[in-house]
Design a protein around this ligand. Structure first.
Ligand SMILES: [Zn+2]
Length: 477
């Protein structure tokens, strides 16, 4: 205890309230230090390892990085890295931790408490796979985020969006066919189960979209998710459609900006992306079907593309839930867009990692591990000879971290994430092996999707230490 802390302690220890305060304060006043010795650093941004370095973590942040030995305070924890790779914790830029049951089963059969309890399991699985931050792009993940922050349950730092905002007949309109009838006052019910659960909100017109945006912010959304185009999993919106007028889109963006944050849009086409850009939408979720010029514009305006590449994988044919009549269309998409990852990189737009799988938990875990590998295929080679491992590692760390920082004052991280640098948040993995050479040290060796064993029974042995905000959650080093 230093002099200042001692003084505070002496003044305060006279009441029981004071005792509580001192316990709380002493954790801050006495720095918790962890020293990693002899590690090879992947810093999240450069295609190299800094060999034989030492890294000192103090409280929640990285304090010192040096090749020389670093002195520590008494009581510091020292971890011998033995030449293993120290790298930033992974970031998934687009998940739905509340949509954690079979999609078609949710509307008729789910109780929200089931989904809430299961979200705690999902959160733990993310952290145990090395993910220290996730951006939840639709669903009421607020309570899970709060309980993780309080330390009541274990999981990554969550950036929740709350209910995704959709127009009538948009990608978030999951009401039954006749819930609304044929006329706007003709339906028996204008609120479907999907909306009651807080997954999505149907809102039309400027006043309604403003109210829903503000309601999400009231709950603690760190960014806003809107549906700006058609999709595959919804019933009433063909994938080529553009959703929300300019006025509605701009209203959502302005309300988010007033809170210091930004909007991410579910979106695919040139027309929809350009409209979104006109209003200042920052992250384009999925975004496969756009042109080189549109990707360039997103990049120039400081935006991000956040695609899930498994949607263009031949492994989709092995998905037991994939209707046989959709397979020919899937094959055409795969052939047409086989170079889209490289096109995005050629256009100079930043690409962030996302897994976006919804459904039963182990299925989502499997998809995430497969996605890490499959991206190295989709983002390698081409005329600029991209190094797939390096590109995907950036997408999982520094680029995703930069994207999450767009939430400005709503950002829950105490410092930059996705990078190993002085002052960055101490979200750290210690990995046996070099992920720049072998990506499988981060995904448990998963090269296929459906034929792989259940991930929870197969912890990733090569990720030997997981630290989030200076706290160690796994240590087999
Ligand atoms: Zn999604």
């Amino acid at each position: 205890m230093n002099l200042k802390t001692k003084k505070i302690a002496t003044i305060l220890t006279k009441t029981s309230l004071a005792v509580t305060l001192v316990v709380g304060m002493s954790a801050n006043a006495l720095a918790e230090q962890v020293l990693f010795k002899n590690v090879n650093i992947f810093n999240g941004t450069e295609n190299k390892l800094y060999e034989g370095h030492n890294v000192l973590v103090e409280d929640k942040l990285i304090k010192t990085i040096s090749k020389k030995s670093i002195s520590t305070e008494k009581g510091a924890k020292v971890i011998d890295g033995k030449g293993r790779t120290l790298m930033p914790g992974l970031i998934d830029g687009h998940v739905h931790i509340m949509i954690n049951s079979n999609y078609s089963d949710i509307i008729p059969n789910q109780d929200p408490y089931d989904l809430g309890i299961k979200s705690a399991i999902v959160a733990k699985d993310f952290l145990m796979d090395g993910f220290t931050s996730i951006r939840d792009m639709g669903g009421p993940a607020f309570a899970t985020a709060r309980q993780i922050k309080k330390g009541e349950i274990v999981g990554p730092r969550i950036y929740p969006s709350g209910a995704f905002i959709s127009q009538t007949s948009g990608h978030g309109d999951f009401r039954g066919r006749f819930d609304m009838g044929y006329t706007i006052r003709g339906g028996d019910s204008d609120v479907g189960v999907w909306e009651k659960l807080g997954f999505g909100a149907v809102a039309d017109g400027v006043p309604q979209v403003l109210e829903q945006t503000r309601l999400n912010l009231r709950h603690g959304a760190t960014q806003i998710k809107m549906m700006a185009g058609g999709g595959g999993s919804s019933k009433y919106d063909p994938i080529d459609t553009t959703q929300y007028s300019v006025e509605e889109t701009c209203a959502i963006v302005e309300a988010a900006k007033d809170w210091g944050t930004y909007v991410g849009a579910h979106i695919f086409t040139d027309r929809a992306i350009n409209r979104a850009l006109d209003c200042g939408v920052k992250t384009m979720e999925h975004g496969f079907f756009a042109s080189f010029e549109t990707y360039q514009r997103v990049g120039k305006e400081g935006g991000f593309i956040v695609p899930q590449m498994w949607a263009l994988s031949p492994e989709l044919a092995n998905n037991p839930n994939m209707p046989a009549d959709k397979l020919p269309m899937v094959a055409v998409l795969q052939e047409t867009y086989k170079d889209v990852g490289r096109t995005m990189l050629d256009a100079g737009v930043k690409v962030a990692f996302q897994s976006d799988w919804v459904g039963e938990i182990e299925e989502a875990n499997r998809a995430r591990r497969y996605e890490i590998y499959w991206r190295t295929v989709m983002f390698s080679g081409g005329k600029n000879n991209y190094d797939g491992n390096f590109e995907v590692l950036k997408q999982l760390t520094s680029v995703a971290g930069e994207m999450l920082a767009l939430s400005g004052p709503r950002n829950p991280a105490p410092g930059p994430i996705g990078v190993i640098e002085v002052g960055a948040t101490a979200d750290i993995l210690l990995v046996d092996g070099n992920p720049l050479k072998d990506i499988h040290v981060l995904n448990g060796g998963y090269k296929e999707w459906y034929s792989q064993p259940a991930p929870r029974e197969n912890p990733i042995k090569t990720i030997q230490l997981i630290m989030k905000e200076g706290v160690i959650y796994k240590n087999e080093s």
